[in-house]
Design a binder for this molecule. Sequence first.
Ligand SMILES: [Zn+2]
Length: 226
Amino acid sequence: MKMITKYEVYGLWSVKKDSSCPLCKAKLELVPKEGHYNSEYWGRQRDDGMLLYCCPEGCSLKKAEELYLYGELTLPIEKVKEDEIVYIDTLTWDGLTAGASHYYGKIRQFNDSGLEEYEVSVVLDEHMAAALSEPDYTYEVGDTSERFDSEKQLFARAAEVYKKHFPKAKVLVDGSDCAVEPQLVIDGPPNYKATNNTMLQKFRSHGEYTGNGIKVAKKWRKLFRK
Ligand SMILES: [Zn+2]
Protein backbone atom coordinates (compact mmCIF):
# COMPACT_ATOMS: atom_id res chain seq x y z
CA MET A 1 0.00 0.00 0.00
CA LYS A 2 1.46 3.34 -1.08
CA MET A 3 0.93 6.15 1.40
CA ILE A 4 -0.69 8.84 -0.67
CA THR A 5 -0.82 12.17 1.10
CA LYS A 6 -1.42 14.73 -1.64
CA TYR A 7 -4.72 13.81 -3.25
CA GLU A 8 -7.75 11.62 -2.79
CA VAL A 9 -7.45 8.11 -4.17
CA TYR A 10 -10.20 5.89 -5.48
CA GLY A 11 -11.95 4.20 -2.61
CA LEU A 12 -15.15 2.55 -1.44
CA TRP A 13 -16.83 1.44 1.74
CA SER A 14 -17.32 -2.24 2.48
CA VAL A 15 -16.47 -3.64 -0.92
CA LYS A 16 -17.40 -7.09 -2.14
CA LYS A 17 -14.74 -9.76 -1.99
CA ASP A 18 -11.96 -9.12 -4.53
CA SER A 19 -13.27 -5.73 -5.70
CA SER A 20 -10.71 -4.03 -7.87
CA CYS A 21 -9.69 -0.54 -8.88
CA PRO A 22 -11.53 0.48 -12.05
CA LEU A 23 -8.45 2.22 -13.39
CA CYS A 24 -5.56 -0.15 -12.76
CA LYS A 25 -7.50 -3.32 -11.80
CA ALA A 26 -5.44 -3.82 -8.63
CA LYS A 27 -7.35 -5.50 -5.80
CA LEU A 28 -8.62 -2.85 -3.37
CA GLU A 29 -6.96 -2.80 0.05
CA LEU A 30 -8.02 -1.59 3.45
CA VAL A 31 -7.22 2.11 4.01
CA PRO A 32 -4.80 2.60 6.92
CA LYS A 33 -6.40 4.48 9.80
CA GLU A 34 -3.50 6.96 9.82
CA GLY A 35 -0.95 8.35 7.41
CA HIS A 36 -2.89 7.86 4.21
CA TYR A 37 -4.75 10.67 2.48
CA ASN A 38 -8.00 8.73 2.68
CA SER A 39 -7.47 8.01 6.38
CA GLU A 40 -9.57 11.03 7.32
CA TYR A 41 -12.61 9.38 5.69
CA TRP A 42 -12.71 6.78 8.43
CA GLY A 43 -14.45 9.61 10.29
CA ARG A 44 -17.47 9.06 8.05
CA GLN A 45 -17.97 5.45 9.06
CA ARG A 46 -21.71 5.13 9.58
CA ASP A 47 -22.04 1.63 10.98
CA ASP A 48 -19.68 -0.40 13.10
CA GLY A 49 -18.05 -2.94 10.88
CA MET A 50 -18.03 -0.82 7.72
CA LEU A 51 -14.59 -0.95 6.18
CA LEU A 52 -12.90 1.60 3.96
CA TYR A 53 -10.93 0.32 0.96
CA CYS A 54 -8.93 2.07 -1.72
CA CYS A 55 -6.66 1.47 -4.66
CA PRO A 56 -3.21 0.33 -3.41
CA GLU A 57 -1.62 2.03 -6.42
CA GLY A 58 -3.12 5.39 -5.51
CA CYS A 59 -5.26 5.92 -8.60
CA SER A 60 -7.04 9.23 -8.36
CA LEU A 61 -10.69 9.42 -7.36
CA LYS A 62 -11.21 12.35 -9.72
CA LYS A 63 -10.16 10.29 -12.72
CA ALA A 64 -12.34 7.40 -11.62
CA GLU A 65 -15.32 9.72 -11.24
CA GLU A 66 -14.80 11.20 -14.68
CA LEU A 67 -14.79 7.74 -16.24
CA TYR A 68 -17.85 6.89 -14.25
CA LEU A 69 -19.78 9.94 -15.37
CA TYR A 70 -19.12 9.22 -18.99
CA GLY A 71 -20.45 5.74 -18.82
CA GLU A 72 -17.24 3.74 -18.74
CA LEU A 73 -17.42 2.64 -15.15
CA THR A 74 -20.06 1.83 -12.57
CA LEU A 75 -19.76 2.48 -8.86
CA PRO A 76 -22.29 0.82 -6.57
CA ILE A 77 -25.16 3.11 -5.61
CA GLU A 78 -27.78 2.05 -3.10
CA LYS A 79 -30.93 0.53 -4.60
CA VAL A 80 -34.01 2.73 -4.34
CA LYS A 81 -37.45 1.73 -5.55
CA GLU A 82 -39.81 4.14 -7.26
CA ASP A 83 -42.20 4.13 -4.29
CA GLU A 84 -39.35 5.12 -1.98
CA ILE A 85 -38.87 8.45 -3.77
CA VAL A 86 -40.74 11.60 -2.76
CA TYR A 87 -40.72 14.75 -4.91
CA ILE A 88 -40.94 18.34 -3.85
CA ASP A 89 -42.81 20.78 -6.01
CA THR A 90 -41.73 24.34 -5.31
CA LEU A 91 -43.69 27.48 -5.88
CA THR A 92 -42.10 30.89 -5.64
CA TRP A 93 -43.00 34.41 -6.58
CA ASP A 94 -39.33 35.33 -6.47
CA GLY A 95 -38.62 37.63 -9.40
CA LEU A 96 -42.27 37.67 -10.48
CA THR A 97 -43.80 40.09 -8.03
CA ALA A 98 -41.92 43.14 -6.79
CA GLY A 99 -40.69 42.60 -3.26
CA ALA A 100 -41.86 39.00 -2.96
CA SER A 101 -39.29 36.28 -2.56
CA HIS A 102 -41.02 33.54 -0.66
CA TYR A 103 -41.07 29.83 -1.25
CA TYR A 104 -43.79 27.26 -0.78
CA GLY A 105 -43.42 23.56 -1.32
CA LYS A 106 -45.51 20.43 -1.57
CA ILE A 107 -44.02 17.00 -1.05
CA ARG A 108 -45.77 14.44 -3.19
CA GLN A 109 -45.85 10.92 -4.45
CA PHE A 110 -48.08 8.96 -6.81
CA ASN A 111 -48.76 5.65 -5.12
CA ASP A 112 -51.49 3.06 -4.62
CA SER A 113 -53.78 5.71 -3.20
CA GLY A 114 -53.20 8.05 -6.15
CA LEU A 115 -51.54 11.41 -5.60
CA GLU A 116 -50.61 11.88 -1.98
CA GLU A 117 -49.28 15.33 -1.13
CA TYR A 118 -48.56 17.55 1.84
CA GLU A 119 -47.73 21.20 2.16
CA VAL A 120 -44.36 21.71 3.88
CA SER A 121 -44.80 23.82 6.99
CA VAL A 122 -42.74 24.88 9.95
CA VAL A 123 -43.27 26.31 13.41
CA LEU A 124 -41.40 29.61 13.34
CA ASP A 125 -38.50 30.43 15.58
CA GLU A 126 -37.44 34.01 16.26
CA HIS A 127 -35.12 34.26 13.26
CA MET A 128 -37.61 32.83 10.77
CA ALA A 129 -40.47 34.97 12.09
CA ALA A 130 -38.36 38.10 11.65
CA ALA A 131 -37.27 37.09 8.14
CA LEU A 132 -40.85 36.52 6.98
CA SER A 133 -42.44 39.55 8.60
CA GLU A 134 -43.44 42.44 6.40
CA PRO A 135 -44.46 46.03 7.15
CA ASP A 136 -48.17 45.16 7.03
CA TYR A 137 -47.99 41.72 8.63
CA THR A 138 -45.94 40.40 11.51
CA TYR A 139 -45.25 36.74 12.10
CA GLU A 140 -44.92 35.60 15.70
CA VAL A 141 -42.66 32.97 17.19
CA GLY A 142 -44.70 29.78 17.39
CA ASP A 143 -46.85 30.54 14.32
CA THR A 144 -47.08 27.80 11.74
CA SER A 145 -45.99 28.93 8.30
CA GLU A 146 -46.07 27.37 4.86
CA ARG A 147 -44.06 30.29 3.61
CA PHE A 148 -40.27 30.04 3.60
CA ASP A 149 -37.80 32.83 3.26
CA SER A 150 -35.46 30.88 0.98
CA GLU A 151 -35.40 27.74 -1.09
CA LYS A 152 -32.61 26.44 1.13
CA GLN A 153 -34.83 26.69 4.23
CA LEU A 154 -37.74 25.06 2.43
CA PHE A 155 -35.56 22.11 1.32
CA ALA A 156 -34.02 21.71 4.77
CA ARG A 157 -37.47 21.56 6.35
CA ALA A 158 -38.78 19.16 3.70
CA ALA A 159 -35.82 16.84 4.37
CA GLU A 160 -36.78 16.84 8.06
CA VAL A 161 -40.42 15.92 7.54
CA TYR A 162 -40.83 13.85 4.37
CA LYS A 163 -40.23 10.49 6.06
CA LYS A 164 -42.92 11.29 8.63
CA HIS A 165 -45.49 11.70 5.86
CA PHE A 166 -44.12 8.85 3.73
CA PRO A 167 -42.70 6.24 6.12
CA LYS A 168 -41.26 4.07 3.31
CA ALA A 169 -39.41 6.97 1.66
CA LYS A 170 -35.63 7.02 1.33
CA VAL A 171 -35.08 9.82 -1.16
CA LEU A 172 -36.30 13.40 -1.56
CA VAL A 173 -35.93 14.93 -5.03
CA ASP A 174 -36.47 18.46 -6.27
CA GLY A 175 -38.43 17.73 -9.40
CA SER A 176 -40.81 15.18 -10.83
CA ASP A 177 -40.97 11.48 -11.60
CA CYS A 178 -41.12 12.10 -15.34
CA ALA A 179 -37.89 14.08 -15.69
CA VAL A 180 -35.43 12.75 -18.25
CA GLU A 181 -32.42 14.71 -17.02
CA PRO A 182 -30.60 14.96 -13.68
CA GLN A 183 -32.53 16.57 -10.82
CA LEU A 184 -31.32 17.60 -7.38
CA VAL A 185 -31.43 14.92 -4.69
CA ILE A 186 -32.06 16.83 -1.44
CA ASP A 187 -31.85 13.79 0.81
CA GLY A 188 -31.01 10.15 0.23
CA PRO A 189 -28.52 7.34 0.79
CA PRO A 190 -24.96 8.76 0.56
CA ASN A 191 -23.69 7.22 -2.71
CA TYR A 192 -27.05 7.68 -4.40
CA LYS A 193 -27.18 11.35 -3.48
CA ALA A 194 -23.52 12.08 -4.22
CA THR A 195 -23.55 10.33 -7.60
CA ASN A 196 -26.81 11.95 -8.66
CA ASN A 197 -25.76 15.43 -7.63
CA THR A 198 -22.32 15.15 -9.22
CA MET A 199 -24.06 14.19 -12.46
CA LEU A 200 -26.42 17.15 -12.12
CA GLN A 201 -23.46 19.46 -11.66
CA LYS A 202 -21.69 17.98 -14.72
CA PHE A 203 -24.89 18.20 -16.74
CA ARG A 204 -25.23 21.90 -15.95
CA SER A 205 -21.57 22.72 -16.42
CA HIS A 206 -21.70 21.19 -19.90
CA GLY A 207 -24.39 23.60 -20.99
CA GLU A 208 -26.87 20.74 -20.69
CA TYR A 209 -27.57 19.96 -24.35
CA THR A 210 -24.10 19.79 -25.74
CA GLY A 211 -22.56 16.42 -26.57
CA ASN A 212 -21.23 15.71 -23.07
CA GLY A 213 -24.38 17.04 -21.40
CA ILE A 214 -26.45 14.58 -23.41
CA LYS A 215 -24.05 11.77 -22.46
CA VAL A 216 -24.46 12.62 -18.78
CA ALA A 217 -28.27 12.75 -19.08
CA LYS A 218 -28.28 9.32 -20.80
CA LYS A 219 -26.09 7.79 -18.13
CA TRP A 220 -28.25 9.39 -15.45
CA ARG A 221 -31.43 7.85 -16.91
CA LYS A 222 -29.76 4.46 -16.99
CA LEU A 223 -28.77 4.70 -13.33
CA PHE A 224 -31.72 6.53 -11.82
CA ARG A 225 -34.69 5.73 -14.05
CA LYS A 226 -34.18 2.01 -14.78
ZN1 LIG B 1 -5.79 1.80 -9.22
